[in-house]
Design a protein around this ligand. Sequence first.
Ligand SMILES: *Cc1c(COP(=O)(O)O)cnc(C)c1O
Length: 363
Amino acid sequence: MSHDPAHDGLAPATLAVALGRPARVPGAAVNPGVELTSTYAAPEQGVGYGRNGNATWTAFEEALGGLEGGDALLFGSGMAAISAAASLCPIGGTVVAPRHAYNLTTGLFAEYATQGYDIRTVDLTDTAAVVAALDGADLLWTESPGNPMLEVADLPALFAAARERGVVSVSDNTVATPLLQRPLAHGADVVVHSVTKYLAGHSDVVLGAVVTAPEGDGPGLHERLLRRRTLHGGIAGPMEAWLALRGLRTLALRVERSAANAAELARRLEGHPRVERVRYPGFGGMVAIEVAGGAAAADATAAGCRLWLDATSLGGVESLLERRRKYPAEVLTVPENLLRLSVGIEDVDDLWRDLDAALRASA
Ligand SMILES: *Cc1c(COP(=O)(O)O)cnc(C)c1O
């Protein structure tokens, strides 16, 4: 991966704009092209074939790698990236996995448990319990803030404990984004992203990524994940990669506005007569609320919004909300009446009026 010393010491908001551009030579385009090709001349040089690499992926990978402080690989979805990272655990090995996380991540480890792996399910907010579970483990999986409960783990303590025991640590950083949290700087070995969410930011692509810490002569995780991408074949389309890089250019603006809106809505929701509990991690664009009146009132709230859209996903410019327990696959410790809010970049008073009216009408 090319390293340009001109980018050393720049702030994340600048890196999101500056990285992944063509070289500054006379006549060069400002943006990378969309490299639509399945094969390349002289395959013994370069990537050779379109499953192995692509110049549009590389541009996105340079930008995301710079933001997270490591080496990035783009995948065809967040789950493709997660499956590749999970497969760093040797077959039949031991994974310390969170009780609450994105529901297909918990679903993946539930499936591993039926295939001879030892899955130790932990409450990530209980640092002592997680550390106790690490002895003899191969992989630690973290997601903080976690879906959909928005619980916050002590990531530096968990990564340090994993490192001491030789356990590979993975951090799903989708919800925080590298603008608000950089797990590699806190000692994680691998970051995974659903690029679909904040990084691309416009609900128009499904993509994923892994980022590994700079390794020196370390354990070769980047090489292993690159090999997994090629073997699993879960690759991105060049057009989607280009759209994600375009979305990434405005990451700082979008995250700042979403986070400011979320903080303000969390504050107003605290005193709301129809809200039993507000879950807000203190940063980022996600809030979860427990609606008075149970699942039916939560469903009525979601259905009663005119601006907020009742839809799955998060991290786009538009505000979405969803009752997670309507999915049979959701973990049973997630409350029935919990609505997960992904706060977009709209005017905060418009968002408040719409949500407040739907909550009041749900009584
Ligand atoms: C959406 C999501 C995923 C899965 O990513 P896809 O791009 O939908 O495959 C994984 N982790 C988190 C935290 C997510 O929000």
